[in-house]
Design a protein around this ligand. Structure first.
Ligand code: ZN
Length: 51
């Protein structure tokens, strides 16, 4: 069983990011590190750990 479910659909070339500060989620093909809403640090949910 996967421990991290896919929380939202993104295009294949995009990854899902979430801001733990305000809960905003966004799909980006680039690698954003800062939340556009609150300047919090984004977490990459599509890639939960280094492989
Ligand atoms: Zn935020």
């Amino acid at each position: 069983m996967p421990t991290v479910p896919d929380p939202a659909p993104c295009d294949q070339d995009e990854q899902l990011y979430e801001c733990p500060e305000c809960g905003r989620r966004l799909c980006e093909s680039t690698s954003p590190t800062v939340c556009p809403d609150c300047d919090g640090r984004l977490q990459n949910l599509s890639r939960p750990g280094p492989e």
